[in-house]
Design a protein around this ligand. Sequence first.
Ligand SMILES: [Zn+2]
Length: 316
Amino acid sequence: MKWRGKAIGGSFGSIFGPTGALIGAAAGHYLVDRKGRVSKKDRERILVLTAGALHQITQANNRFTHLTDQAFRGILEQANTALDNVMSHYDLLYLIAQSTHIPGCLGKLAPAVRPYPELSRAAATWFWRIAACDAPPSPAALNMLERFGHSAGLTPEQILQASLLYYRGAFAIAQSNGEREKACALLGVAYNAGNDEIKQAFRRMSLKYHPDKHTGLDPDIRKLTAERFSQIKDAYELLQNRSDDGGEWFAHSCQAPHIVRAAPGMPVSCYICRTPQHLPQAADMISEAHCPLCQALLVFEKPLAEHLLAQQTGGF
Ligand SMILES: [Zn+2]
């Protein structure tokens, strides 16, 4: 099994179980604390802070395009639904107009949603969506999203889950947390080693541990060196940071409830909102194609596609 698969496999676990709640459609019921139903005032406060937080993220991205505006409105409508329609349509429009004037919201929102794990996860999804709605998030925005996730009580895996359908770089981030560290240690290079350095280290280690070099040795030692060699190979593969599938992409077919191999110009439907649409005609545009309605990425990398397929059909 490839390292990337290992790093991701098992970590989506429930992403498409509670996604209904995550995307806001079936929410509301999880807003209950020990004392009972969360008050209207508290729900209003969470919605207002969410609006301000969305702005804070677009500021960290340093751009506000028509896609940002569209995402902004869509997310606030979802959030309002998730908060049991705490605001009327007109109040919501007023909030959208005023939300630029509410400072420091992410820091206040995190402790406010923390007692409600599903809401924390939903909020993380909304923020990834706005951050990646027109282009990859800026480093400042990524940093903000990470910090929000931690303060809102999410695990690193949950933070990853929230990002997967919106941001292609999520895989790289998952690797850079921990997996990359382990791989570098195995190859005996520094965490920030460049490609050439990694390649040289791999060659050096392969010469040392390659099974062909140890044919005359004791079988137990041969077994150990073979194990070591396979670890080194896995580590090298991970650090290469290349797509294992040679640029193959998968998408949700609009004809059948299936994940299929994606091709330029192909009709597909959005995995989240099911809106039918066509993939771009240019092959190199496919990987960044987003749903115009909910901004989710339209094509998946192989490990995610395999996971989704396994969920649909009970396995390959
Ligand atoms: Zn969509």
